[in-house]
Design a binder for this molecule. Structure first.
Ligand SMILES: [Zn+2]
Length: 204
């Protein structure tokens, strides 16, 4: 909050953090209007640690993923289209539980439930500062759970979302169904032993 006089607020007032118990300067606390002193009861350090710990739990991690789905409504994406998130958090959670009942803590990417050993495991690890690319050079954990829209031109719906890994989503990105068909056709032309020419077009 800005000082109405425009001067930089210099405060020597202190209060006790209800989490770590340390007496700290007011500036070590975030604002919270509903509270006494207009401050959070936990200091910034404890709040940040608490948030990080929460985001490393399953429910906290899922809430974070859901939050970024909601946030994507305000970002421009492929073809200038904005993606709507048409799911409530409860629906999203139910979808994840259904996924887990089929795949366990594994990605949906793979040959299917009879060959689950070929599906890679998903993790839910949140690193401090690793969110939203705020830190330069910070990398998202590749194995982390990622919510993919099967059809990137459609919204986040129960029908359209699948749970895969961040590194898999990175490979797939905005690839559409028709993109895949083109890719397969081109691949077949190049790599299948062509019977009309009778020669293999690539090195073995
Ligand atoms: Zn504290």
């Amino acid at each position: 909050m800005e000082d109405l006089t425009g001067k930089k607020e210099v405060t020597t007032e202190t209060t006790k953090c209800s989490k770590c118990g340390e007496i700290k300067s007011f500036k070590d606390f975030s604002k919270h209007k509903a509270n006494k002193n207009n401050l959070q009861s936990w200091c910034r350090k404890c709040s940040s640690t608490g948030v990080t710990q929460y985001r490393n739990t399953e429910i906290g991690y899922l809430r974070m993923r859901y939050g970024s789905m909601r946030a994507s409504e305000f970002r421009n994406r492929v073809h200038g289209r904005k993606n709507k998130c048409l799911l409530t958090f409860d629906e999203f959670l139910a979808a994840w539980k259904r996924h887990k009942s089929i795949y366990g803590m594994k990605s949906a990417w793979g040959p299917g439930i009879n060959n689950l050993e070929q599906h890679l495991p998903v993790t839910m690890v949140h690193k401090v500062g690793g969110q939203g690319g705020k830190l330069k050079g910070s990398k998202q954990t590749g194995s982390n759970l990622s919510v993919d829209r099967l059809d990137p031109n459609q919204d986040y719906t129960l029908q359209n979302i699948i749970f895969i890994r961040a590194d898999e989503n990175d490979r797939k990105k905005h690839t559409t169904y028709s993109d895949c068909l083109i890719q397969i056709k081109l691949h077949d032309e190049r790599f299948k032993n062509d019977s009309t020419t009778g020669r293999l077009l690539v090195d073995e």
